[in-house]
Design a protein around this ligand. Structure first.
Ligand SMILES: [Ca+2]
Ligand SMILES: [Ca+2]
Length: 483
């Protein structure tokens, strides 16, 4: 038993986990703009960037190679994004910035990218139902998405928001929503919102955490619909697992509920979008342990793949899906696992070819390119130059051959991993619960370059943007750059 891997009380990695080269929404790569405008940078969610000049040494105590840092709340399970000269991140309200908005809340904060100046925030009181739907002090765990001057994310109350990235600092109240009660320069300007609990009947288990993804006019989200606190009942078996909203109006365009009453626990994965077999598809990892692909424009279900062996049994050997699917060259890569609260266990990492066809829509047999047995994981993969990096919750980072799944090497970080490996500048960066970030060579042979401590647990994934490496620990965000 490795006690140091024990995790603090529930928290949904999620977004993190909670789990590239052009601006085109269907190509694998980084956005190519210097920014990092969504979880994974682009809709394929691959944790890879073409940025260079990333720091490999810094010291958060002495300030070496630290451009700036800024306070967050006490727990920050979302992942930051960078766009429009700003950094956006979800956290909780233990760093109260407005006495009128005190107490336990989910918070989305905006900072200036150049110097870390706090710009504005949106806060949300907790759901009245309490921990069943909105776990205390977990904050906002959705990673926002920025497109143009609009920001999309999901609050701890299960509400999808579209905000103006300038807030009220542009002296304009953007609509249709114009009845905000707080309209100061540090407050958020809401454009529209969509309440997934009221509108589609979602019953989020412990927390709503989905990170939005956009293709065309549509924004796609997981509803986080799940079991109640009994861990037996599913109060809302008819609620969709995934929805598509019009990004301009916030209106529901399509929804799908293929999971029905087979939710193992919660639904905390986040969708990806990519071109597969000539079709733009939304790929969604759902609460029955299955990954499903949909035609993005219509919601027509195209395929489904079970990530668990037939004989497996929840919760001992059957897993849920918290990691985000990654789409590279038409192949879907994803790990299964369980809520960190459930501890360690066996898990699987899959490479899936969704162009294969099987019985009906089930491609579990025909679509399996390869499978790698590891520990349970809530991390998302990084795929670059024929190599796949995937970490598991037990603290092992694996480097696999992308074509065959053959193991090249494993590195043990000796602590639980909630975040995801990230490939940038010829290196792999990975944070852990001990607060360390390990840097290894992006190569077929294992080479550790550095291990640097961030002061407290790192549940997030590093983000390269405009020459800096941004990363947050539980309570602080840092911009790191070679001076
Ligand atoms: Ca405005
Ligand atoms: Ca407004």
């Amino acid at each position: 038993m490795r006690n140091h891997r024990q995790s603090s009380r529930f928290a949904l990695a999620a977004a993190l986990a909670a789990a590239a080269i052009s601006g085109s929404p269907v190509s694998a790569g980084d956005p190519g703009s210097g920014n990092w405008p969504m979880w994974g940078g682009t809709p394929d969610r691959n944790m890879v960037s073409s940025a260079t000049g990333m720091p490999t040494e810094w010291d958060v105590k002495s300030g070496k190679n630290v451009r700036w840092s800024a306070d967050l709340g006490s727990q920050s399970y979302g992942n930051l994004v960078v766009a429009g000269g700003m950094v956006f991140i979800g956290t909780n309200n233990e760093k109260v910035r407005d006495p009128k908005q005190a107490g336990d809340r989910g918070v989305l904060m905006a900072f200036r990218e150049s110097n870390g100046e706090f710009l504005w925030q949106q806060t949300h009181v907790k759901l009245e139902a309490g921990r069943a739907n909105d776990w205390p002090f977990q904050g906002v765990a959705s990673s926002p998405l920025i497109e143009g001057d609009k920001l999309y994310y999901v609050s701890n109350r299960g509400v999808v928001f579209c905000l103006d990235i300038q807030g009220f600092r542009d002296n304009e109240n953007d609509g249709p929503v114009t009845n905000e009660t707080l309209t100061g320069q540090f407050d958020a300007d809401v454009i529209w919102s969509f309440n997934m609990i009221e509108e589609v009947g979602s019953y989020p288990h412990n927390l709503s955490n989905s990170s939005p993804v956009i293709w065309g006019d549509l924004v796609f989200l997981s509803t986080s619909n799940g079991q109640d606190e009994s861990h037996v009942n599913i109060p809302s078996p008819r609620a969709p697992a995934i929805i598509a909203l019009n990004k301009t109006t916030g209106q529901l365009v399509w929804e799908d509920n293929s999971v029905e009453d087979r939710i193992l626990h919660g639904q905390w994965s986040t969708p990806a979008v990519g071109q597969i077999g000539g079709v733009v598809q939304v790929v969604s990892a759902q609460g029955d342990g299955q990954v499903r692909g949909y035609e993005a424009a219509t919601g027509k279900k195209l395929w489904e793949f079970d990530t668990n062996p037939k004989e497996s049994q929840w919760p001992r050997t059957r897993n849920e899906l918290i990691s985000t699917p990654v789409i590279v060259n038409g192949i879907v890569y994803i790990a299964n696992g369980q809520d960190p609260e459930h501890g360690e266990g066996v898990g699987y990492f899959h490479a899936i070819d969704p162009t294969k066809r099987g019985e009906g829509l089930d491609i579990t047999a025909s679509g399996s390119v390869w499978r790698f047995e590891m520990h349970r994981s809530i991390s998302t993969a990084a795929v670059a130059d024929g190599l796949v990096y995937i970490a598991d919750f037990s603290g092992y980072l694996h480097c696999l051959d992308a074509r065959t799944g053959k193991l090249h090497w494993t590195h043990d970080v000796l602590a639980a991993v909630w975040g995801s490996p990230f490939v940038v500048d010829g290196k792999v960066y990975l944070g852990d619960e001990d607060g360390d970030i390990v840097i290894l060579a992006h190569a077929r042979e294992k080479k550790v370059i550095a291990e640097l401590n961030m002061g407290n647990p790192v549940y997030a994934t590093v983000v390269p943007a405009n020459g800096a490496l941004l990363v947050n620990n539980r309570s602080r965000v840092f911009s790191l750059a070679v001076k």
